[in-house]
Design a protein around this ligand. Structure first.
Ligand SMILES: Nc1ncnc2c1ncn2[C@@H]1O[C@H](COP(=O)(O)OP(=O)(O)OP(=O)(O)O)[C@@H](O)[C@H]1O
Length: 616
C-alpha cells in the first residue's frame, strides 16, 4: 500500500456531482422511492396499508383541527361578555381537542406499524440477496465486477434499504403534514399561502444547503471511508492477526490507519463546521422571515383582508408547516443519497436472476462423462485455463489428473462436475450436453472434496452432514467418520459430535488444518454419490490419515467413478487412466505403465518424486 489514499479507486457507483441541489433531489426522488415502496409492500402489506390510512387520517385531523382553531379564535375574539364567548367557543374547542387526540393516536399507530415494517423489509431484502447469490453460476464468483457488485449490495445495500424505509415513512408523513396546513390555510384565506411561503423558504434553504454539504462531503470521504474499513479489518479480524504479529506489521497497520483516518477526520470536521454555519445563517433568515410574516399578517388584519382569528390560526399553521418542511427536506435528501445504494442492490438482484427453465434430469447412475475439445477461460483472465481437452470417463473407472501447479486440474474437475460451462467444446453426461440437463440433477450425482473445503461454523455433526444435509442416517455418519479418520477428531472434542467448531462463539473449538480436512473427507463420503472428485484430499493429512483415506478411496472406487487429483504420483499408480496436464493442455494419457514406458513428462515427474522420497 502506498501513502496516497487516491490509489484506491473511487467506488464503482457513480456520484452525480454535476446535478446538485434541489434539482437533483426533485429529479431523482420518484426513481428512488418507487423500489423502496414496492419492497415495503412486498415485506409487510398490512402494515403498509395501515400506515397509509393512519398518515392520511393524521393529516385530515390536523387540517380539521386548524379549521376548528379558527372557529375557537373567532368566538373568543367576538364581542360580548367573556363567559359567553368561552361558552360559545366550547364546541369548537372540544373539536380541536378531539382532532389533536385523534392525530396523537394516529401518530402512535404509525410508529407501531413503522416498527413492524423496517425489520420486515430488512428480512426480505436479505433473503432476496442471499437467494440471488446462492443461485448464480460458480463462474460469476470469478468475475471481479460481479463479486464487487455483490459485496456492495450486501454491505451497503441492505443497510440503506432499511434507512430508506424509515426516510420514506418520514417523507410521506411530512408531505401530508404540509398538505394539511396548506389546504386549511387556502380554505381560510388564499392570501395566506404566499405568507406561508415567506416564512418557510429561509428554513427550507438552510436544511437543503446543509444536506447538500453532507452529500458533497460524503462524495469526497467515501474512498477514505472504504480504506479505513479495510484497515479496520486488518487490525481486528482473526485471520490476519497471526501473520501481522509474525511479521511485526503492527506499526505498519497503524501507519496505514493514520494515513487515511486523519484526512477523514478533517473532512468530517469541515463538513460539521460548514453545516453549523449554514444552519446559523438559516436560523437568522428564518427569524427575519417570521418577523416579516407577522408584519404582513398584521397589515392584512389592519386592512381587514383577514380576520384576526384567521391570522392567529395562520401563525399555528405556519409553525407546523415549517417543522414538517424541515423533515421533508431532510428525508428527501437522505432518500436520494441512499437511492444509489438501493439501486446497487437492485442491480445486483437483476444481474443474478436466472429465468427458471425445466430441463431433463441426468440418469441416476450415468455410464459415461465425455469431454470433446473443451476450452475454458476465466471471466477476467487474459488466457485460457484449459485448451482443447478431450477425454472419456466410463462408469466405475478411476482416473487421475496430474500436472504442475496451475496446469488446469481443478478447473477440469469443475467442468466435469458441471460447475463451469466450457467456453468452447462440449461436456456430455451419457451423451447429453450438460447445458441441456438439469444442473441440480448433475450436482446430485457428484461428490467433491476440494483443496480448501468449507469450515462450517457449526457442530462436528453438521460439518459432516452438510455433504447431504437432508440425509438423516447416523449409521452412515459414523461409517464416513471411521473411513476418513474423522472419528478420532470427534472423539477428542469436549462434546463429541455436538461440539461447535468455531472460535467466534462461546464454547467453540478450533481444529488444525488436517483435522478440518478429515471432516471434509468424511463429508464427501457421507454424500455418497456415484461420481467422486477428489482434489488433493490428503495434502494436509498426516501419514496415518492419508493411508486411511486412500484405503477407503480404494473401497469406494469399486462401485463408483473416481476422478483423483493429486501431486503424489505414487497414489495414482493403480488408476485406470492417468491424464497429464501442462499449461491447460492434455499432453499425456495412459496407464502408469504406459506413461512410464513413454518416458515423457509423467515419467520425469515420477522419477523425480521417487528420488526425493528415497533421499528423504
Ligand atoms: N478463479 C480463477 N480466476 C481466474 N483464473 C483462475 C482462477 N482459478 C484458477 N485460475 C487460473 O487457471 C489456471 C488453472 O488453475 P487450476 O486451479 O485449475 O490449476 P491446478 O492444476 O488445479 O493447480 P494446483 O495444482 O496448484 O491446484 C491457473 O493459471 C490459475 O491461475
Amino acid at each position: 500500500m502506498s501513502d496516497d489514499p487516491r490509489e484506491l479507486n473511487t467506488p464503482h457507483w457513480q456520484i452525480d456531482e454535476k446535478a446538485e441541489g434541489p434539482r437533483r433531489v426533485i429529479r431523482s426522488l420518484p426513481r428512488v422511492t418507487w423500489p423502496v415502496l414496492r419492497m415495503i409492500w412486498d415485506a409487510a402489506p398490512r402494515s403498509a396499508l395501515l400506515i397509509a390510512i393512519m398518515q392520511v387520517t393524521s393529516g385530515l385531523a390536523a387540517a380539521f383541527g386548524l379549521f376548528a382553531t379558527a372557529e375557537v379564535l373567532t368566538e373568543l375574539f367576538s364581542s360580548g361578555p367573556t363567559a359567553d364567548r368561552v361558552v360559545a367557543a366550547l364546541p369548537s374547542l372540544l373539536f380541536v381537542g378531539g382532532a389533536y387526540a385523534l392525530r396523537g393516536a394516529m401518530d402512535i399507530g404509525v410508529a407501531i406499524a413503522h416498527a413492524r415494517i423496517t425489520p420486515a423489509v430488512r428480512r426480505l431484502a436479505e433473503e432476496r440477496l442471499y437467494q440471488a447469490s446462492l443461485s448464480v453460476e460458480l463462474a460469476a464468483f470469478d468475475d471481479a465486477q460481479f463479486y464487487d457488485r455483490m459485496h456492495r449490495a450486501r454491505d451497503r445495500g441492505l443497510f440503506y434499504i432499511e434507512r430508506s424505509t424509515d426516510n420514506l415513512v418520514e417523507l410521506i408523513g411530512s408531505v401530508l403534514g404540509i398538505a394539511a396546513a396548506v389546504s386549511s390555510l387556502a380554505v381560510l384565506h388564499p392570501v395566506l399561502l404566499p405568507v406561508l411561503l415567506l416564512a418557510v423558504i429561509p428554513d427550507a434553504w438552510a436544511v437543503q444547503r446543509s444536506a447538500m454539504l453532507a452529500y458533497a462531503s460524503m462524495a469526497r470521504a467515501v474512498t477514505l471511508d472504504r480504506r479505513v474499513q479495510m484497515v479496520a479489518e486488518l487490525a481486528t479480524e482473526r485471520e490476519p492477526a497471526a501473520e501481522i504479529r509474525a511479521c511485526q506489521a503492527e506499526p505498519f497497520v497503524m501507519h496505514e490507519y493514520r494515513v487515511v483516518a486523519d484526512p477523514l477526520r478533517d473532512e468530517d470536521i469541515r463538513r460539521g463546521v460548514a453545516q453549523a454555519r449554514v444552519r446559523g445563517v438559516g436560523r437568522a433568515l428564518a427569524g427575519v422571515g417570521l418577523a416579516v410574516t407577522y408584519v404582513v399578517l398584521g397589515l392584512l388584519v389592519h386592512a381587514s383582508w383577514v380576520p384576526l382569528a384567521v391570522a392567529g390560526t395562520a401563525v399555528i399553521a405556519i409553525r407546523a408547516s415549517t417543522t414538517a418542511l424541515n423533515r421533508l427536506v431532510l428525508a428527501s435528501n437522505q432518500l436520494v443519497e441512499q437511492g444509489m445504494y438501493v439501486a446497487d442492490y437492485l442491480a445486483f438482484l437483476d444481474s443474478a436472476q436466472r429465468p427458471p427453465v425445466a430441463l431433463p434430469a441426468v440418469v441416476a447412475d450415468p455410464s459415461r462423462v465425455q469431454l470433446s475439445n473443451v476450452s475454458f477461460t476465466y471471466p477476467t483472465s487474459p488466457q485460457a485455463a484449459l485448451r482443447d481437452v478431450s477425454m472419456t470417463i466410463e462408469r466405475g473407472q478411476t482416473i487421475a489428473l496430474v500436472g504442475e501447479n496451475g496446469s488446469g486440474k481443478t478447473t477440469l474437475a469443475k467442468l466435469i462436475a458441471g460447475l463451469y460451462t466450457p467456453s468452447s467444446g462440449l461436456v456430455c453426461w451419457d451423451g447429453t450436453d450438460v447445458h441441456s440437463l438439469d444442473r441440480a440433477s448433475i450436482a446430485n450425482r457428484v461428490m467433491m472434496v476440494l483443496q480448501d473445503p468449507i469450515r462450517w461454523p457449526h457442530t462436528a455433526r453438521a460439518n459432516v452432514q452438510a455433504g447431504r444435509h437432508d440425509r438423516d442416517d447416523p449409521v452412515a455418519l459414523v461409517a464416513a467418520a471411521a473411513q476418513s479418520g474423522a472419528d478420532e477428531v470427534v472423539d477428542r472434542l469436549p462434546s463429541g459430535w455436538s461440539t461447535l467448531l468455531s472460535k467466534q462463539f462461546r464454547g467453540g473449538q478450533e481444529l488444525s488444518g488436517g483435522q478440518w480436512q478429515r471432516l471434509a473427507v468424511a463429508r464427501g463420503l457421507f454424500r455418497d454419490a456415484p461420481l467422486l472428485i477428489w482434489d488433493e484430499p490428503t495434502a494436509p493429512l498426516d501419514a496415518k490419515a492419508e493411508f486411511a483415506v486412500y484405503e477407503s478411496l480404494r473401497a469406494l472406487a469399486e462401485e463408483r467413478t473416481v476422478v483423483l487429483i493429486t501431486h503424489r504420483l505414487a497414489s495414482v499408480r493403480h488408476a485406470d487412466r492417468i491424464y497429464l496436464l501442462h499449461e491447460g493442455e492434455l499432453v499425456e494419457q495412459g496407464t502408469h505403465t504406459e506413461l512410464m514406458a513413454l518416458g515423457g513428462r509423467y515419467a520425469e515427474l515420477h522419477d523425480l518424486q521417487a528420488k526425493m522420497y528415497a533421499d528423504a
